[in-house]
Write a new protein. Structure first.
Length: 114
């Protein structure tokens, strides 16, 4: 089953599915600044455009371009600046073998600035 997710008044949208990789989303972001929270480890790969990211505990921001991946730990918040319409793929990984996360509520929306 494919699930549709929408965050930040429709400025971030994704489609979620579960397959051999685990729970996977593909999504798009409109320009703006966003803060997300995680409930699993997330592997985010930019597929179009670019995302500038501040990972937890970091003071600096790093820009990721198509086919570049960053990893966000479980139970933290991270910030994203999207300077152009961009697309991404996110693979959610649980810590424990056999632990299955639900796609709904996996990403906690913290804040957004246009």
């Amino acid at each position: 089953m494919i699930k549709v997710n929408e965050y930040f008044d429709g400025n971030v949208k994704s489609l979620a599915l579960e397959n051999a990789e685990g729970i996977v989303t593909v999504g798009v972001m409109a320009t703006g600044e966003y803060e997300f929270g995680t409930s699993t480890v997330e592997y985010m790969t930019v597929t179009s455009g670019s995302l500038t990211v501040q990972l937890p505990g970091e003071e600096t921001w790093k820009t990721y371009k198509p086919f570049e991946t960053f990893v966000v730990d479980k139970g933290v918040k991270f910030k994203v600046k999207c300077m152009e319409m961009s697309a991404y793929k996110c693979v959610y990984k649980a810590y424990c073998k056999g632990l299955r996360a639900e796609s709904e509520g996996q990403r906690e929306v913290i804040s957004h600035k246009s």
